[in-house]
Design a protein around this ligand. Structure first.
Ligand code: CA
Length: 246
């Protein structure tokens, strides 16, 4: 090989080297381009929606429901009783015992705070009966629309003064721990329609539908069986009502 031939060979080698470098550069460019594409999975890194804590916030709302349950004495352990302070709880002949229950739910300065429903501690021997035998000797099956719950503590509106706890047959034994309430100016008489053994009296102003005749009358400010009866009184006479939370 002469000198010219050597120069051609060297030039060819140089060109080959340049091509290899060029190809290598191209390969690097391709790699770089793919790298930049691989670096785009940012959208995959958006787990924010997975962090949705909204469902986690639901359980506290569900837990608030039990808090609303103690609205009645079915769940608070004791029930309220009070004596009306409206003065003369006149009999409404058109309403009967339902009208007397309505008086227990009317505005009254003695009624305990809250939204509880009340019924009158009263009997008519027809729709509302406490016992058909003395102190319900055969059990709660003697009740009709009776207002006291069995084995339940009853308290005054102050929430602390215990009046008494009923028997398993849904009546009180006497004496009570405390009277239903203190003396009232005017009269302490209450309309009851009950005899001292919790059976119904025939004297009930004709099932509380008449303002003539007589009714069994009790006292709210005592701890004995006089709560139920001290005798009879005219249906036009003043009389309060003992009211019981339901
Ligand atoms: Ca009757």
């Amino acid at each position: 090989m002469d000198i010219t031939g050597r120069k051609k060979a060297a030039f060819t080698l140089l060109c080959s080297a340049i091509l290899i470098v060029s190809c290598a550069d191209n390969a690097d460019d391709t790699t770089d381009a793919s790298v930049s594409i691989d670096a785009m999975p940012v959208p995959d890194a958006m787990p924010v929606p997975d962090a949705m804590p909204v469902p986690d916030a639901a359980p506290p709302d569900a837990q608030s429901e039990p808090d609303a349950m103690p609205a009645t004495c079915q769940t608070t352990g004791f029930c309220f009783m009070y004596v009306t302070n409206l003065g003369d709880e006149a009999i409404d002949p058109s309403a009967g015992i339902v009208g007397l229950d309505a008086r227990c739910n009317a505005t009254d300065s003695n009624k305990p705070a809250g939204t509880a429903t009340y019924k009158a501690l009263i009997a008519d021997g027809a729709t509302r009966i406490a016992c058909t035998t003395a102190s319900c000797s055969t059990g709660t099956g003697e009740h009709s629309d009776w207002v006291l719950k069995p084995s339940r503590e009853y308290r005054r509106g102050d929430g602390t003064t215990v009046i008494g706890t009923t028997t398993a047959n849904g009546v009180f034994t006497f004496p009570l721990d405390n009277a239903i309430g203190p003396d009232i100016v005017g009269t302490n008489n209450t309309r009851t329609g009950l005899l001292t053994d919790w059976t119904s009296s025939a004297s009930d102003c004709d099932n509380w539908s008449q303002t003539t005749g007589i009714s069994e009358t009790g006292l709210h400010n005592v701890t004995g069986a006089e709560l139920l009866s001290i005798g009879t009184s005219g249906c036009t006479n003043s009389g309060a009502l003992v009211c019981v939370e339901q």
